[in-house]
Ligand binder design. Structure first.
Ligand code: FES
Ligand code: FE
Length: 344
């Protein structure tokens, strides 16, 4: 799939190998995490596929990160087979060097030759935040979704992932928004099979996305005190593939999670979780991350088993019950946004 600029406006469209064309500006103009900051040291590169577009992401000796289409404009081989040299990327085929703007600046076979302007790699916008490197394939319409607790002293914050999931990204978000599965897939941790009831809760679509609030869930030991209790969840889907939850108790304990889902293809994604909590100070960071990993791994087999994998927006394809209200509103919102990629 290659990005192309449409004639009518600056929105990008995508065309896959079969010549099928899609126009999904909402997805293309959004930010997606592609790797952890710590996993891209100066002088190194990684490959990543985002929305079916192969990328090479590299960091020069000056610390600056670049994200380019993984294609040398000379003979269309993968640039990721090359090397970072100083602040340039050198292609493995004929050894041509590209500077941080993507421009070819050196052709070893022809010393002194000045490459033409079109000898330029396709570059994308990059930002580093929250220990992650984010890429936007189009023209960003908004900034990276804010994780409000990141700089709050009362909260301990952490990052988990990457979680490589053979699932459609919207299915991963729906799984994140779904509390009715807690007593079954997370039995004994996030729910209790003997108390699976979910009362009605309000969900609205507004300018920020989808907001579901005041969802009461019985949990066996929500705050590590050995006592079962009801907890309350609020959920926001701020972007099609970025959602946030806040879980809290009447006594002030609060946990939040920002789930960044990166669409690799229509049927694969990578999850990254930013978390925070203002309690359990005696538990190590390592134990908290291990707990988060355990919860995500408990979801995996189930998440990868959806058939169809793509998300059906036709309400007749699957049946729905009142506790699915957040997912139904999420689907309604995706429809309003006109998204087609990964949608049945
Ligand atoms: Fe990359 Fe020739 S194909 S330098
Ligand atoms: Fe789950």
């Amino acid at each position: 799939m290659t990005p192309t600029t449409s004639n009518s406006n600056t929105a990008l469209s995508m065309q896959n190998g079969k010549g099928e064309k899609r126009n999904d500006p909402v997805l293309l103009n959004d930010w997606y995490a592609v790797t952890r900051t710590q996993d891209l040291q100066p002088g190194s590169l990684i490959k990543f596929r985002l929305l079916d577009i192969d990328l090479v992401i590299w960091r020069g000796d000056d610390g600056q990160v670049q994200a380019w289409e993984d294609r040398c404009p000379h003979r269309s081989v993968r640039l990721s087979a090359g090397n970072v040299v100083g602040n340039t990327l050198v292609c493995s085929y004929h050894g041509m060097s590209y500077n941080s703007a993507g421009q070819c600046i050196k052709v070893p076979a022809h010393p002194g030759y000045i490459p033409p302007k079109q000898a330029c790699a396709h570059t994308f916008q990059v930002k580093e935040r929250y220990g992650l490197i984010y890429v936007c394939l189009g023209e960003p319409q908004q900034d990276i979704v804010v994780f409000p607790e990141w700089n709050e002293p009362a909260y301990r914050c952490y990052l988990t992932g990457p979680y490589f999931i053979r699932s459609n990204g919207y299915r991963a978000i729906e799984n994140f928004l779904d509390v009715a599965h807690f007593p079954f897939l997370h039995e004994g941790i996030l729910g209790d099979r003997d108390r699976p009831e979910i009362e009605d809760y309000p969900v609205v679509i507004n300018d920020d996305g989808v907001f579901a609030s005041n969802i009461r869930v019985w949990q066996p030991d929500p705050y590590g005190t050995g006592q079962g209790d009801y907890v309350i969840y609020d959920y926001w889907a701020f972007r099609p593939l970025t959602a946030y939850l806040r879980k809290y108790s009447p006594t002030g304990e609060c946990l939040t999670l920002l789930y960044n889902v990166t669409p690799v293809s229509e049927e694969e994604c990578v999850g990254w979780m930013l978390g925070s909590l203002n309690y359990a100070h005696d538990i190590s960071d390592q134990a908290i991350r291990a707990f988060q990993d355990e919860i995500v791994f408990q979801d995996l087999d189930n998440l990868e088993s959806h058939t169809p994998k793509k998300l059906p927006l036709d309400s007749q394809v699957e049946f729905h019950v009142p506790s699915d209200r957040s997912s139904l509103m999420y689907r309604k919102w995706l429809k309003q946004l006109g998204i087609t990629y990964g949608i049945l």
